[in-house]
Design a protein around this ligand. Structure first.
Ligand SMILES: C[S@@+](CC[C@H](N)C(=O)[O-])C[C@H]1O[C@@H](n2cnc3c(N)ncnc32)[C@H](O)[C@@H]1O
Length: 254
């Protein structure tokens, strides 16, 4: 299993390095994808001309179009009085995922795109200001936030989010030399900030036999909150199979 994951990680990094021609950056990414400094460097070096009209979103794995059929049905009105659906793109980088959800959701959404890298957050803020994305629902809102998602609970209250989207963020932590504990911590924080029927969706290339075991072990270790864990295949991109893992907490007291 360990060998297979490392081969996949190398393939992804070779892909990134081919696109960006940055071999020392690639080496940093292979080891340190859990570190803020690595991502600041990544977004700085790969976006030197991007504070202009030439800005291009960088998508890990694939973009919103490939996964909209998984995401849009999850944007449901919460049962409580709040008419807004609260969505977090966790570790957004410079992906267009959050802005696309904001633009395409028919129900009113509050989309927060959060990342540990202030460089990525600033690029996204400036790009959004320049392009002035218009939402389908006039009540919808979009915001960007510099945040270490191991501290989610300090920013979002308990049971305050309806959907958390994680495209490549947990993968990045799990595959870093020192990131395993942080990945578990982030998962437990997500369970604490999700509302009743809310879900965390992780898009990943990790095989279900490994990811489901990890998810079940980490969610069980919370004690207070347990969760239903399921997955669906997203499809094959450049020979790699991708999955959507859906984690829905239910309070032990419920
Ligand atoms: C593999 S990239 C995925 C980026 C984006 N989701 C996408 O699909 O293109 C992982 C992202 O997670 C961010 N990240 C890493 N650790 C984080 C943490 N503790 N809190 C918030 N973001 C983090 C990185 O800055 C990076 O943007």
């Amino acid at each position: 299993m360990f060998r297979r994951l490392n081969l996949r990680k190398c393939r992804l990094m070779i892909d990134v390095s081919r696109r960006w021609h940055q071999t020392s950056l690639t080496t940093d990414l292979i080891e340190n994808m859990d570190k803020k400094a690595t991502w600041d460097r990544f977004y700085t070096e790969t976006s030197s001309h991007q504070k202009t009209d030439k800005f291009k979103n960088f998508e890990w794995f694939f973009g919103f179009d490939s996964v909209q059929d998984f995401i849009l049905p999850l944007l449901k009105h919460p049962a409580e009085l709040d008419p807004l659906v609260h969505v977090l793109d966790m570790g957004c980088g410079t992906s267009a995922m959050g802005p696309c959800i904001y633009r395409q959701s028919p129900v009113p959404v509050v989309v927060t795109c959060a990342d540990i890298s202030p460089v990525a957050v600033e690029l996204m803020q400036e790009h959004t200001k320049r392009t002035q994305v218009k939402p389908q629902n006039q009540l919808s809102r979009l915001g960007f936030l510099e945040l270490d998602c191991t501290q989610l609970r300090e920013h979002f209250g308990p049971q305050s989010l309806d959907l958390i989207v994680d495209k490549g963020t947990t993968d990045a932590l799990l595959r870093s030399r020192d990131g395993q504990a942080k990945a578990g911590q982030i998962l437990r924080q997500c369970l604490g900030v999700l509302r009743g029927a809310g879900s965390l969706v992780q898009f990943s290339d990790e095989d279900p036999d490994a990811r489901i075991l990890w998810l079940e072990r980490e969610t069980l270790s919370t004690g207070e909150v347990t969760a239903n864990v399921g997955f669906q295949e997203v499809g094959v991109v450049r020979g790699v199979c991708y999955y959507c893992y859906q984690i829905t907490p239910h309070n032990a007291a419920q």
